[in-house]
Design a protein around this ligand. Structure first.
Ligand SMILES: *Cc1c(COP(=O)(O)O)cnc(C)c1O
Length: 387
């Protein structure tokens, strides 16, 4: 259970708004993911961009997980929290020279490269530093993730990766570069994927690409299948943990691995989303026509997912936790934007000014995207083991 009466009693006393993280649930999630990944000897690099709280990163380091970073800032953050550099991968379409230099001088495991020009730049920086850069090619496999159009990344119309049809010219280019070494292939086709046939399609595409490489005598020692495993936003208590077993089983079943080839994964959301909630307070209640509005002291400034990609989050009134749910409300934030809402026509108990609300499943892509828009300040943070 995420919230019980003891926790709620403590939470409703604290000044809002804040992010609340349940550390036990975070650890349990990690344990389940690690256990499931062991069956195929998969290596997990946690995607820092989902949540980079120091405390959570230190727990990840304790469990020997690696990190998937998309900026120099994230690389520094991972290192600071004791994630070893040889377990760090660096992805991103727009790596700057300084970031590439940082990655190379810190000797991270691998740079996931997204274009030919990027390969050339990495080669020249590596030459200047007198090192050989380990790289993986991020291939855009043109697999539809059947997820929201704003979070799909593996279609040729998206900006990510090297188009599968350009692999040949990329391999030719690689032959001319002395300071980069191809060690892997990288794929990441989108986020919040709940239909496992998408991962099966990815496997089939990867098999095809591997055969193509074999014909050209190219062998890579690892395949990185990215992240993207979705979570259940609708029923967070019933499905507190994602189906890690089922997820890794798909790769076990459908992916053709070459001898000694390592499998890497970059789970972000699936590891942190359910352990977090945004806690806020009802400031006002108002009626407009048939609509009943609840205005909270936090909104898109602290959790932008609903405004940014129409994401659903379960909303709970913690102050009326045991009362019958029989009212419909539009739950809004305080920001001067029409899209600033957490939910429309949400079924809740009869609510009053001052009630404390929880916006569930907010551990991933929540706090990391918080802003100071409207100068309302950033949310504070509480961890379950510190209450
Ligand atoms: C965002 C991202 C991830 C993590 O995605 P989730 O959907 O949170 O699992 C993994 N790899 C790359 C390259 C990413 O950009």
């Amino acid at each position: 259970m995420f919230f019980n009466d003891t926790i709620i009693k403590k939470i409703v006393q604290l000044p809002t708004p804040f992010y609340y993280y349940d550390v036990d649930i975070f650890e349990l999630t990690l344990q389940k993911a690690i256990t499931a990944s062991k069956k195929i000897d998969g290596k997990i690099h946690y995607a820092l961009k989902a949540n980079h709280q120091d405390k959570l990163l230190q727990i990840l380091a304790k469990y020997n997980l690696g990190a998937d970073c998309v900026s120099g800032g994230e690389i520094s953050k991972a290192l600071k929290n004791k994630i070893p550099s040889d377990k760090i991968v660096f992805a991103g379409v727009g790596k700057t020279d300084d970031e590439i230099e940082l990655a190379l001088s810190e000797k991270i495991f691998c740079l996931n490269v997204e274009s030919i020009m990027e390969l050339e730049v990495i080669d020249s920086i590596a030459k200047r530093l007198n090192v050989v850069a380990s790289v993986a090619l991020r291939i855009n496999p043109n697999v539809d993730a059947y997820t929201h159009k704003f979070i799909t990344t593996g279609l040729s119309e998206n900006k990510f990766g090297i188009n599968a049809s350009d692999i040949n010219i990329t391999l030719d280019k690689l032959k001319t570069l002395k300071n980069v070494k191809l060690i892997g292939l990288h794929f990441h086709i989108g986020s919040q994927i709940t239909d496992f046939s998408v991962f099966k399609n990815l496997c089939l595409k990867v098999n095809e690409i591997q055969r193509f490489l074999s014909e050209r005598d190219v062998y890579v020692n690892h395949l990185n299948l990215g992240g993207g495993l979705g979570i259940n936003y609708t029923h967070p208590d019933e499905y507190l943990f994602p189906d890690f077993e089922g997820y890794f089983k798909v790769f076990d079943e459908f992916l053709e691995r070459r001898k000694n080839q390592e499998l890497h994964f970059e789970l972000g959301r699936a590891l942190v989303a359910q352990c977090g909630a945004l806690i806020c307070k009802v400031v006002f209640k108002k009626k407009s026509g048939e609509k009943n509005f609840l205005i909270l002291d936090s909104g898109m400034n602290h959790l932008i997912r609903p405004a940014l990609y129409e994401a659903y989050h379960k909303i709970e009134n913690l102050s009326k936790h045991h009362q019958v749910v029989n009212q419909l409300y539009d739950v809004c934030g305080p920001i001067c934007e029409t899209t600033d809402y957490f939910g429309k026509n949400v079924l809740l108990p009869e609510t009053e000014r001052g009630d404390i609300f929880a916006i569930r499943s907010a551990g991933a892509y929540g706090e990391v995207m918080a802003s100071d828009y409207n100068l309302r300040g950033y949310p504070s943070v509480y961890f379950s083991d510190e209450l």
